[in-house]
Design a protein around this ligand. Structure first.
Ligand code: AMP
Length: 214
């Protein structure tokens, strides 16, 4: 079963993807994570995309399609969760072609619906455990006083993303509405789209996703 988690930055795609990895043994393919890794390890590609990512713009289709193609042929599990990919119509077409080449298909596209105010609140207050990726929020889920992650139990660093600031968030939202939101119509027309309310509590969103996946 291969699924896409579709939604603007801060919709909760990563949080829900991690849950599906843990409970269903699926493989999370986050192009954002792959690009951040390339940036941190200082590869040529990482250097090329660093400024684009920090500004909140989309990197080229060619780069992300290449990253996904490589993972599709090397990773195995109980299906792929595409998180933050596809983000353009060209990426969506490329994904369909890649899956077809592997004799696979897309099961469903979960659209995580949230409003912009909630996104700004979530993103500007967000930090992540560098050990396990658990997401914290300064207001609703602060980092524990003892510095120990509630998920993995480790005392790792809690990091904030370079692009989680108001300026770059404004650009990321604009990129989403201009280039990614057309995918909602694209997958609706294909009969693949299943909307869930991304504003609910994390566990309620999880339950809605479970209900869609069956
Ligand atoms: P994310 O972690 O999904 O919010 O992605 C962080 C940043 O990585 C985005 O703002 C883009 O600069 C870049 N990025 C991630 N996925 C894609 C994609 N599918 N297409 C183009 N750029 C992407």
């Amino acid at each position: 079963m291969n699924i896409i988690l579709l939604g603007p930055p801060g919709a909760g795609k990563g949080t829900q993807a991690r849950y599906l990895v843990e409970t269903r043994g699926m493989v999370q393919l986050s192009t954002g994570d792959m690009l951040r890794e390339a940036k941190t390890s200082g590869t040529d590609m990482g250097k090329k995309v660093a400024a684009i990512m920090d500004a909140g713009k989309l990197v080229t289709d060619e780069i992300v399609i290449g990253l996904i193609e490589e993972k599709l042929t090397t990773e195995t599990g109980a299906g792929f969760i595409f998180d933050g990919f596809p983000r353009t119509l060209a990426q969506a077409d490329a994904l369909a072609a890649l899956l077809a080449k592997l004799g696979q298909s897309l099961h469903t596209v979960i659209e995580m619906r949230v409003d912009d105010d909630a996104l700004v609140d979530r993103i500007t207050a967000r930090s992540t455990c560098s050990g396990c990726g658990e997401v914290y929020n300064d207001k609703t889920k602060p980092i524990p006083a003892d510095g120990r992650c509630t998920n993995c139990g480790e005392q790792k660093e809690f990091t904030r993303r370079a692009d989680d600031n108001e300026d770059s968030l404004r650009t990321r939202l604009m990129e989403y509405y201009k280039k990614t939101s057309p995918l909602i119509g694209y997958y609706y027309a294909k009969g693949d789209l299943r909307p869930v309310n991304g504003l609910a509590d994390i566990s309620e969103v999880t339950a809605s996703i479970e209900a869609v996946l069956g």
